[in-house]
Design a protein around this ligand. Structure first.
Ligand code: GLP
Length: 236
């Protein structure tokens, strides 16, 4: 594991964007695993900046997002598809047909899980996965539990996650209670992983996840076993 500590959100975002842009430059047909949440917004902003300067070309890139809320349509401003379009895809020259987010509206969610796993496999897996981390150690929406869930699955969100994500909704009652998320196996199969942890309030979980035991009670802790993990944080 490589740990990069920065002293500002801007520097953290720049470090992550550096690694992502190197990936796209070295392999224009990269498959990028992308994340939502407030942490990666600065990274996307930095990549858009470099794209606007003519330094990056996303025309051959494919993306797969980690997760989506169940029951939210793509045009719902709280959906992760909408987040990705407005924070990133709408501002770069990526072919939207190559951008993938689980479909939270599929009436058959089991089928949607299988479809998403098959899609990742058909792409040859993920070259570089960007991750944030929840306060309880979740990655994507892999919540703490008794065992690691390997494949794409449906999750009942923990009350603490619903509460943490309520800041993006009008009221806590509007936060969906279920989500679909990529499993630990697809994440761990990525060739390279970057995890960003922004802010002092992530200090405790960074310590537990990367300097404590590997346990499904702290899903991010499994990343300690990944051969090419970079953790970028701005906590002391
Ligand atoms: C959500 C997302 C995660 C993200 C987490 C942390 O629950 N599903 O992928 O890592 O939030 O978000 P933030 O970066 O806003 O703290």
């Amino acid at each position: 594991m490589k740990l990069i500590k920065t002293d500002s959100y801007e520097k953290l975002s720049r470090q992550a964007a550096n690694i992502l842009s190197a990936q796209v430059i070295l392999k224009p047909r990269s498959v990028l695993g992308l994340a939502t949440g407030s942490s990666p917004i600065g990274t996307y902003r930095q990549l858009i900046n470099w794209y606007n300067k003519g330094d990056l070309d996303f025309s051959q890139v494919t993306t797969v997002n980690l997760d989506e809320y169940c029951g939210l349509a793509a045009d719902n401003p709280q959906s992760y598809r909408y987040f990705m379009n407005t924070n990133f895809f709408d501002h770069i020259n990526i072919d939207k047909n190559r951008t993938h987010v689980p479909n939270g509206l599929n009436p058959d969610m089991e089928a949607e899980c299988h479809r998403y796993d098959a899609l990742i496999e058909s792409l040859g897996g993920i070259d570089l996965q960007l991750l944030g981390i929840g306060h309880n150690g979740h990655i994507g929406f892999n919540e703490p539990k008794g065992s690691f869930e390997k494949t794409t699955h449906i999750v009942d969100l923990k009350p603490s996650t619903i509460e943490a994500n309520a800041r993006f909704f009008e009221s806590i009652d509007e936060v969906p209670k279920r989500a679909i998320t990529m499993g630990i196996k697809s994440i761990m199969n990525a060739k390279k992983i970057i995890l960003i942890a922004n802010g002092q309030d992530k200090k405790e979980i960074v310590k537990r996840a990367f300097f404590g035991p590997v346990t499904p009670e702290v899903p991010a802790s499994i990343l300690q076993l990944h051969p090419d993990l970079t953790v970028i944080c701005n906590v002391d």
